[in-house]
Design a protein around this ligand. Structure first.
Ligand SMILES: [Ca+2]
Length: 283
């Protein structure tokens, strides 16, 4: 009895560990706007080098968008992608290779989105489900999924109806009317539905250097410590229509649990006017 049990336990352990090690993750990236009426949904793969083929379903609001044919990224050139409508507003996408090659890490697929007349900025709510991975031998591999940082943040703050309404949840929406657009609310760790962001608004001040007395303009702004998916920029110009210069930002030394204050500084020369502003884009 003892002789039989012991080897069987060991064999089971050996089988389970490799399965966990090759689990892969399909990430629904943040939708990127391409033009006024089209956008791209990027799909990325991570966690396993063994995924040779995959399929998933994508649910989307068909009244607001049409999904085009998926295209594999140049890094996944040994693969092809096909899609078909399985019901109203649900698309099934299959990615496969006739040579049994494995898929690369990171971006593998782009889905083009044609935005409807009621344009959602940058795209309506898209939900991945029923994800399946296979290896080069056609065996199933454990599949998990995640969503891009900006999309994940929006889903925690907005309802499904709001997610499909750009005046509420769009990148440039400002539903709490506090002057901070949604991407800026995310950047600074604020609540997009509560106008409580006064202490998170970017602030411009004129200062004098403590030692030399030279005048400076300083822009202070806050960002999440674990910021993902956004690219903040401090821009400078001498008139409000043009912002030709980028200024570097460094931590000011002020922080709280979740955010850190940054500052961008420029020395003033003569009586010339200088304008500073903070912008934020998706990465
Ligand atoms: Ca706001």
């Amino acid at each position: 009895m003892k002789l039989l049990t012991s080897p069987a336990t060991k064999a089971a352990t050996l089988l389970v560990l490799p399965l966990l090690a090759i689990a892969g993750t399909l990430e629904q990236g943040d939708v990127r706007e391409v033009s006024a009426d089209s956008a791209l949904l990027p799909l990325k793969l991570s966690g396993s080098l063994e995924v040779a083929g995959l399929q998933f379903d994508l649910a989307y609001p068909s009244a607001l968008a049409t999904i085009g044919q998926p295209t594999v990224s140049s890094a996944a050139a040994s693969h092809q992608a096909q899609s078909g409508q399985i019901s109203a507003g649900v698309l099934r996408v299959v990615v496969y290779s006739t040579s049994s090659a494995t898929l690369p890490q990171d971006l593998i697929l782009n889905l083009p989105i044609v935005l409807g007349a009621a344009k959602v900025d940058p795209g309506p709510l898209m939900v991945l489900s029923n994800i399946r991975f296979t290896d080069a031998q056609g065996n199933g591999i454990a599949a998990t999924s995640r969503i891009g940082a900006v999309t994940a943040w929006k889903r925690t703050h907005f309802t499904t109806t709001e997610l499909n309404d750009p005046t509420v949840s769009g990148d440039r929406g400002d539903p709490d009317d506090d002057g901070m657009e949604n991407l800026m609310e995310l950047l600074s760790g604020a609540d997009p539905k509560a106008a409580d962001s006064a202490n998170r608004q970017p602030l411009v001040n004129r200062q004098h250097d403590a030692t030399t007395g030279e005048p400076y303009m300083v822009l202070r702004w806050r960002k999440l410590k674990d910021l993902e998916g956004l690219q903040p920029r401090v821009e400078m110009g001498t008139e409000l229509a043009n912002w030709p210069m980028l200024l570097p930002s460094i931590p000011s030394g002020v922080e709280d649990e979740t955010t850190i204050e940054m500052q961008a500084k420029v020395q003033m020369e003569g009586p010339e006017r200088v304008f500073l502003r903070l912008t934020v884009q998706r990465q």
